[in-house]
Design a protein. Structure first.
Length: 750
């Protein structure tokens, strides 16, 4: 079990403790109910297993359509539901207080109560049942996708032409138009939201808030409502820029940085309002800092980070999401929403979800990834229109939560063991034109996939942590196509490498400063030992390794590696003997493919020392290439560069198929090394594509795990079975065999 969370930042905004006066309930302003304990709830530190019970129900009284039942939720039995959830292994339940239709499920003086409830107050009922059964109860409040608030013209988000912003699926053959009106969090709607959370925080006994869908407005590049126009004019002295090509102009980039700060300020204001009324309540919001339009500071005010996951993103990307969540708020467990549904189903007749319940192996694989990386799972489900919970869903949830429960003694303890870090540059995702803004996150995904498939312990380092010198014990750092790097980051990197750290850099990294302004040369030129000379003229060039070096080991010298669908950066090295490979141009003309033709003298791969450290630079986008094409030669080049720049072997590794992920932790207090083995064999689908979900996990046999002696202790056991493992020494490392890996096993050295 984790101790109290370490404070993440010492500069939480001063607005955190400030809350504006409420409009509808002035008598409750700043009040704290008598007898309520003031210590912040710590339920999220106790290995929770969370269930989100979704309503999102239109009100047939005034939001109905032909064919909709005249009454909803008539069979809803909170006592039975809570008992069902407890029986399925749930320890915390998230229930809707206010949904995206603008309907409340409690006795509200602020917003419209769902007419189907009559005199019932579901928040009071769920809180009472939660207390009776020992369930933590969390209240869900939808923030900026809201049909009723949208009826007020002054609350609507607006496009540049003045039209209200509404997203919709207009196909007339769809059962519902699925209109998604967006309201502005910068105007009067925010006071409405603060009134809602204010009356809930004052009048009910519960454990915390789960705020959803800030991103519906927060991701809108520019809102042109009166409130946004006025605040931008007041704070900058300028008018809002045109939405077209924001990142192409300095005035647009200045606006984008302002919008970053505005998003943080607004969320801090809402959370601060809750804290002022009832500081015992925990608060999080769905979305974390994963969107480009949200800076890392966007989660600073939260008690823990939360992010929903969509199965078609792929399990490798889920692991990266977990690492990003941890990077945002280290030493605090994060939450990831695992959907019952096959969600984010696109196409001509799109749906955001499929009603059927996904198989147990699919759900368990995702939950296992979350737990092994230091988080906890939230299972997302919905009631049927009449208020009954789908029993088939609970039947598939229960065995997953049972497996999670068995392993709680070995999850969330100590610190992740890291060998290589990946730099997360938010500016490179946000302050560049849309085509280039995709490069850094795509390259990061590809590098991450290559590293975990090679069983190297990896973590994410935010740029602000790099500036502060918080390196999480890594030996080397990969910066993949992070075009925007601040001067302070570059200074920190030079210190890191000079003192013995490693660095692997690809593509146009550091060709812009931290504000997105172009540089004439790499900001990292002094560290990389190369200068920017331009780009190759065409796509489909080649990187040809030519020098014997640990970075080129396992690659055939003189055989060109394909640089698919991207251009290489051309560089001039400061020392010619640092060049390990060159650019080869393709043959022009009409033919099948683009075979290599002309060897050039342009360096494609460079390695050097800098102080006590080592540096490798490749002009090709190795991460983006590996993400899309998955060629083993590209992975070999990436992992060789990491190993050489690190200067030492990893503290933990394994011999296993690339579909096995190794997630190591170290608990110094108990002198234990905890290594989670996750089996993704037959895990599909491919990254970002609609594909087959997991039907069953294919067991992997004869996995070999090795650690350095200082992490080995005196014995090794397989958990949760507690089976002893025989240790042996190979090449100076302590090694064990795991004969059979089904979905998830944990090796514990103690």
């Amino acid at each position: 079990m984790l101790k109290a969370p370490i404070v993440r930042r010492d500069f939480i905004k001063s607005t955190l403790a400030a809350g504006a006066a409420t409009v509808f309930i002035p008598a409750l302003r700043g009040a704290t109910p008598a007898g309520r304990p003031m210590t912040r709830a710590d339920w999220f530190l106790k290995n929770p297993r969370v269930y989100l019970l979704d309503f999102q129900m239109p009100d047939p009284l005034d939001q109905g359509v032909p064919g909709m039942p005249s009454k909803l939720l008539q069979k809803l039995d909170t006592k039975r539901i809570c008992e069902q959830l407890r029986g399925a292994g749930v320890t915390a339940v998230v229930v809707h207080a206010k949904c995206n239709q603008g309907n409340a499920y409690y006795n509200s003086k602020v917003c419209h109560k769902h007419s189907s409830l009559g005199d019932r107050d579901l928040m009071a009922e769920f809180s009472a049942e939660g207390q009776r059964l020992g369930l933590n109860v969390i209240y869900y409040v939808q923030l900026s996708r809201e049909r009723r608030s949208f009826e007020h013209a002054e609350r609507r988000a607006r496009l540049e032409n003045g039209d209200a912003y509404v997203r919709e699926d207009p196909d007339p053959l769809l059962p519902s138009r699925e209109e998604k009106p967006v309201v502005c969090m910068n105007g009067p709607h925010r006071d409405y939201i603060k009134d809602i959370v204010g009356e809930l925080a004052t009048n009910y006994e519960f454990d915390g808030f789960w705020l959803d869908c800030f991103s519906w407005w927060g991701n809108l590049p520019v809102c042109y409502c009166d409130a946004c126009r006025e605040s931008y004019r007041k704070e900058t002295g300028s008018e809002l820029p045109s939405r077209a090509g924001l990142a192409n102009k300095r005035i647009g980039r200045d606006y984008l940085r302002w919008r970053w700060a505005l998003n943080v300020r607004i969320l801090d204001d809402v959370i601060g309002h809750i804290r002022k009324i009832n500081p015992r309540l925990t608060v999080t919001h769905n979305g974390a800092a994963s969107f480009p339009s949200m800076d890392w500071a966007f989660v600073d005010a939260d008690d823990y980070v939360c992010r929903e996951f969509h199965f078609n993103e792929g399990l490798e990307n889920l692991s990266l999401t977990c690492r990003r969540n941890w990077a945002c708020k280290p030493n605090v467990p994060f939450e990831v929403e695992i959907w019952r549904f096959a969600n984010r189903l696109g196409g001509e007749r799109a749906s955001s979800r499929g009603y059927q319940v996904r198989p147990i192996p699919a759900l368990l694989a995702e939950m296992a990834a979350v737990k092994s990386h230091g988080g906890f799972p939230q299972y997302y489900d919905q009631v049927k229109w009449d208020g009954i919970v789908e029993q088939r869903s609970l039947d598939r949830l229960a065995p997953c939560f049972r497996e999670i429960s068995k392993r709680e003694a070995w999850t969330g303890r100590g610190q992740p063991l890291s060998y290589v870090g990946m730099l997360w540059s938010k500016a490179s995702e946000y302050l560049l034109p849309s085509d280039r803004a995709k490069w850094a996150p795509q390259a990061m995904e590809g590098i991450h996939n290559a590293l975990i498939e090679s069983h190297l312990p990896v973590c994410v380092i935010t740029e602000r942590d790099a500036m502060a010198g918080h390196w999480q014990g890594i030996r080397t750092l990969v910066i993949a196509e992070s075009e925007c790097l601040a001067d302070d980051t570059i200074s920190a990197l030079e210190t890191f490498v000079r003192e013995g750290g490693g660095l692997v850099v690809t593509g146009p990294t550091s060709l812009c400063d931290g504000g997105g302004e172009p540089r004439k040369d790499f900001g990292l030129a002094n560290l990389l030992g190369v200068h920017f000379e331009g780009w190759t003229k065409t796509y489909y060039t080649f990187l040809q390794p030519e020098a014997v070096h640990p970075i080129t080991e396992g690659l055939e010298l003189g055989f060109p590696l394909s640089v698919y669908r991207t251009r290489q950066v051309k560089v001039r090295p400061t020392k010619p003997d640092s060049v390990l490979g060159v650019v080869v141009d393709p043959m022009p003309g009409f033919h099948m493919g683009y075979p290599p033709l002309n060897r050039t003298e342009t360096p494609a791969l460079v390695a050097r020392t800098f102080g006590k450290g080592r540096v490798c630079y490749a002009g090709a986008s190795l991460g983006r290439i590996y993400l899309e094409y998955n060629h083993p030669d590209t992975r070999t080049l990436i992992t060789n560069a990491v190993a050489w720049t690190a200067g030492k072997p990893p503290p933990v590794t394994a011999r296993a198929p690339g579909t096995v992920e190794v997630v190591p932790w170290r608990d110094e207090a108990k002198r234990e090394t905890i290594i989670h083995l996750l089996n993704r064999t037959a895990a599909g689908p491919a990254q970002g594509l609609i594909g087959p979900m997991i039907h069953e996990t294919i067991p992997v046999h004869d996995v070999v795990v090795s650690v350095i002696p200082e992490l080995a202790g005196i014995e090794a056991r397989l958990q949760p079975s507690n089976l002893p493992l025989q240790t042996r020494t190979e090449s100076g490392r302590v090694t064990v065999n795991v004969d059979r890996l089904a979905e998830w096993e944990t090796v514990v050295f103690s």
